[in-house]
Design a protein around this ligand. Structure first.
Ligand code: UDP
Ligand code: MG
Length: 343
């Protein structure tokens, strides 16, 4: 059966009360103009402390397009995005920020490429309207990551993208906790293409990414997609060993033939502090990986749902195929009671 094309727009929300009505208005206009449907907007409230959830519920009451998921607390942007992807039912999903830095008006250009047969159409940042130091940091980070990672990660591509259903299904299979979705999206493969899109300024409100959160996201990108930092320790270790060997040969020569011992207390102190610094640095790097292994081993759910609005969409729309309705979101599960019974 040939059913009409349905698009889902996935948006994480964290304290976005000032943007939400405008976001829904502009996205609504774009979705109205798209062929097929009914299209949906999947909004995930990431534990907002303002009126975001209230507005979301009020809008959902008269807008059948809205699917709302409220997380039990703030789990972070990437976890909220994951929750949104887990609740999308369309043939393709557009991942978008709430603050209208990603213009919804670009969506038809994504869909056009999707119809040309691409599974992932991502926006590359042609121009950014952000502070110069942030622009420079983004520029350097994406290039550093490209050098470090074995994957061919596209430069200057953020989360704003259209992803086909089959890629979304593959993303849902990836259980990792420190998620760097734009990297995972590349990792999945299939046909991918970037289109240049201007990144505007935030519509209103403050950026929800503190400097710390940005650094965390960047390190998730590096540590999840590269083990080069670990290998660097091997290289540096080998280099230090070779240098030490050469110096030993020199010291023996000086002792046997010139009848004196090499001097240099200051050099010794410098060398010891330098090498201890390097050792501690690489212990830190190993610690980063070990910490991430620990996070994964605990296998906690990526997010916990407090409440859903208009989910599952089949109830309102009656258009879901049974197999897509069966893709269950990653809701928390209770561990089975232990059998060694002390009770
Ligand atoms: N966001 C979220 N949880 C967070 C932080 C941010 O869901 O803990 C959402 C936020 O509402 C927005 C998107 O992630 O839709 C991007 O955040 P923001 O625009 O503040 O980041 P920036 O564009 O400044 O990097
Ligand atoms: Mg933003």
């Amino acid at each position: 059966m040939n059913r009409p094309f349905r698009l889902s727009v996935a948006v994480p929300l964290y304290n976005e009360e000032s943007v939400l009505p405008e976001l829904l208005r502009r996205t609504g206009i774009v979705l109205d103009s798209l062929a097929g449907g009914p299209h949906e907007i999947v909004l995930v409230d990431d534990g907002s402390s303002d009126r975001t959830l209230e507005i979301l519920e009020a809008e959902a009451a008269h807008n059948p397009r809205i699917v709302g998921v409220a997380l039990s607390r703030n789990f972070g942007h990437q976890a909220a995005l994951t929750a949104a992807l887990d609740h999308c039912s369309g043939d393709a999903v557009v991942v978008m920020d709430a603050d209208l830095q990603d213009a919804p008006e670009v969506i038809p250009r994504f869909v056009e490429k999707y119809r040309d047969g691409y599974d992932v159409v991502y926006a590359t940042r042609a121009h950014r309207k952000e502070a110069w130091w942030l622009k420079l940091s983004y520029f350097l980070f994406y290039r550093l990551l490209a050098v470090l990672s074995q994957l061919d990660l596209p430069l200057d591509a953020g989360d704003f993208a259209l992803i086909s259903r089959r890629v979304v299904e593959q993303l849902r299979r990836l259980p990792e906790h420190n998620r760097y979705l734009r990297g995972l999206r590349s990792w999945v493969g299939f046909r991918q293409i970037g289109i240049p899109v201007e990144r505007g300024e935030r519509h209103s409100g403050q950026s929800k990414y503190s400097f710390r959160k940005l650094v965390e996201l960047a390190s998730d990108g590096i540590f999840a997609f590269s083990i080069v930092p670990l290998r660097a320790a091997i290289l540096l270790g080998a280099l230090a060993t070779i240098l030490a060997g050469l110096f030993t040969v020199y010291a023996i020569y000086v002792r046997l033939f010139l009848r004196r011992s090499p001097q240099g207390f200051t050099a010794l102190v410098l060398l010891i502090t330098f090498l201890s610094g390097i050792l501690l640095f690489f212990m830190g790097i190993i610690g980063e990986y070990v910490g991430r292994v620990y996070e994964e081993v605990k296998a906690r759910p990526l997010y916990i749902i407090g409440k859903t609005v208009g989910w599952p969409p089949s109830r309102k729309l009656g258009v879901l195929s049974p197999e897509s309705a069966a893709t269950t979101p990653m809701t928390p599960t209770c561990p089975a009671p232990s059998k060694d019974g002390t009770e």
